[in-house]
Design a protein around this ligand. Structure first.
Ligand SMILES: C[S@@+](CC[C@H](N)C(=O)[O-])C[C@H]1O[C@@H](n2cnc3c(N)ncnc32)[C@H](O)[C@@H]1O
Length: 547
């Protein structure tokens, strides 16, 4: 398979592995939740490269639907390459606005996307899919990159979305009226859903006298292409009308035609009540009955017109109705994202948008849940400060209601909740083991407890003198053996003496977080103790507890 070469590729191919984990710290004041936690819908304020890495230990392999709408690299978005890649060229690129005159603008964009797409792929569930909005600036590059990272065989579609309903009069040459949405499956296990569609009720003019179901008639004689006896001779045979007359498939012009069904299929359908004979002017005609299906579905097609899924102006109006005009330049319409969710997400899916902008994806998730009773969850990431004032604020109003909104459902609010997270300090072997900037017992306890259990720590219950943190939904007791002192961490394992002392206090489930252990797994199992090693074990526990 041909692959795309670009400047800087060799330096970023493994960059996602070098990115450190960071604390994810809940901000209750900006959250819309009675119990902020990682089990909630999430809005993360921060660079998505760091955020995706920090989410990986908790959500790796669990996200069913990813939608991203990255900068299109139009040359006038004002984006800068910000990744701290260890190469002189990447360092040279840092913080310089990428404009049309930049001869390396495609290389920079690809270097920005590459590690993010790698992390996104790791977050996807095996049956998941990723949908990427893009336009002509990077479409051809992105497609090759996606082929490389997701596999050519997992390409699903290039959707053309009609984003504008009238031409731009100031365009030179063509007025571009569409964007693309590039769709890839994670694996062969991914199943993209069919879309419901309303059949035209008027075409179903007949009603079955027994079941009262509406139906339409379709001639059993084949019409159009390959409809002559000579085309399929075996399909020319007599059928017996209700009065015993033998009827052949003769066309109105007298030519010999053919039936659509074989004799065997005709017999089956006749027995099932799906055949109707009609006598008109002394001539018998035979029809198949096609019943109206209220849950009719069809595969999604690749041309999405603005009247079905919205356009850019509609998206602007949606943002304006919730958080005001001119607060965000490039939103997508809610109906567009809902179409994506209908195709890519089950009603209980986790949906991720790592370039969240005004928060349309959260809006679409909450509105769809309110409409169909689903339980989809969202994770949004936005790096700009408007994560607080636009993204979170819009989602808050979708939840609680916007009295001015035209849409009745929005006026009342769709319900739901979210937790607002910030990227905190880096967590790594290096920081923990070097002894520099070790967090205090309570700081680490807050983070570790939150990460392991998904619940905020009740600090009033913490008793550092016996390493006790508190209880969670899963554990009766959670302990953390830790002191911000490298020598202590090196010489303080979880021992049999200490663990045995705990076990005397009754047969309950405990979790102990410690720098290391001098006990084997069988002993811990007998003592009903789950063990997590600091610092990375906390992630494994969290992932395991969700299995
Ligand atoms: C085209 S907008 C997305 C619009 C969004 N689909 C909507 O409907 O509002 C792209 C967003 O990605 C954000 N972004 C760009 N680079 C980012 C990064 N490295 N981390 C997080 N967000 C980023 C930008 O700040 C911008 O808000």
């Amino acid at each position: 398979m041909p692959t795309l070469q670009f400047k800087g590729k060799s330096a970023i191919q493994h960059h996602h592995l070098a990115i450190p984990y960071h604390q994810l710290t809940a901000d209750p004041a900006l959250s819309q939740s009675a119990a902020p936690g990682l089990h909630d819908n999430l809005i993360v304020h921060g660079d998505n490269l760091l955020a995706l890495k920090s989410l990986l230990p908790i959500f790796g392999g669990k996200v069913q639907c990813i939608y991203i709408d990255p900068p299109y690299n139009t040359g006038n978005e004002g984006w800068t390459y910000n990744d701290n890649v260890n190469s002189p060229m990447h360092q040279e690129w840092l913080k310089r606005v990428v404009d049309r005159d930049d001869l390396t603008r495609h290389d920079k964009w690809l270097c920005m996307m590459y590690p993010r797409l790698r992390l996104l792929r790791e977050l996807l569930a095996d049956d998941g899919a990723i949908f990427v909005s893009i336009d002509d600036n990077e479409m051809h590059h992105l497609r090759m990159l996606m082929d490389e990272l997701f596999g050519e065989r997992h390409f699903a579609a290039v959707v053309v979305w009609q984003k504008a309903y009238s031409p731009r009069m100031d365009s030179e040459g063509f007025s571009v009226a569409h964007d693309y949405i590039l769709v890839y499956r994670k694996s062969d296990a991914t199943r993209l859903r069919r879309l419901e569609f309303a059949q035209n009720r008027k075409q179903f003019a007949y009603v079955d006298e027994y079941t009262q179901r509406a139906y339409r008639r379709r001639s059993l004689r084949k019409e159009g292409k390959d409809s002559l006896r000579a085309d399929v001779p075996s399909m020319f045979f007599p059928l017996r009308a209700p009065d015993g007359t033998e009827v052949y498939p003769i066309k109105p012009d007298g030519l010999e035609g053919r039936w659509r069904w074989s004799p065997r299929k005709y017999a089956q359908e006749l027995a099932a009540g799906n055949v109707e004979w009609v006598c008109q002017d002394g001539t018998w005609h035979v029809y198949a009955r096609q019943y109206l299906d209220p849950a009719a579905s069809q595969p999604p097609d690749t041309l999405w017109l603005h009247d079905a899924v919205g356009h850019n102006h509609e998206a602007q109006e949606e943002v304006a109705a919730l958080v005001g005009r001119r607060v965000f330049e490039t939103p997508k319409p809610v109906r567009l994202i809902q179409r994506i969710l209908r195709i890519g997400a089950d009603p209980d899916a986790i949906v991720l948008d790592a370039f969240a902008g005004s928060g349309t994806t959260a809006h679409a998730v909450l509105a769809l849940n309110a409409e169909d009773g689903g339980n989809r969850r969202f994770i949004l990431i936005e790096q700009e400060d408007y994560a607080e004032t636009v993204t979170a604020e819009r989602v808050r109003r979708v939840i609680t209601g916007a009295p001015e909104a035209k849409d009745a459902a929005l006026r009342d609010g769709c319900g739901g909740s979210f937790t607002f997270l910030r990227l905190g300090a880096e967590i790594s072997d290096a920081t923990l083991l070097s002894g520099e900037a070790l967090p205090s017992y309570l700081d680490l306890a807050r983070y570790v407890f939150f990460t392991v259990t998904g619940e905020p720590l009740d600090e009033r219950g913490v008793d550092e003198s016996r390493w006790y943190l508190g209880r969670s939904r899963q554990y009766d007791e959670v302990y953390m053996i830790y002191r911000p002192d490298v020598e202590f961490l090196k010489r303080t394992p979880l021992t049999l003496d200490w663990a045995g002392g705990l076990a005397h206090a009754g047969a309950i489930n405990r979790l102990v977080i410690a720098p290391y252990k001098l006990l084997d797994d069988d002993v811990l199992r007998d003592l009903r103790i789950d063990y997590c090693q600091l610092p990375f074990g906390i992630y494994r526990r969290e992932a395991g507890s969700r299995e």
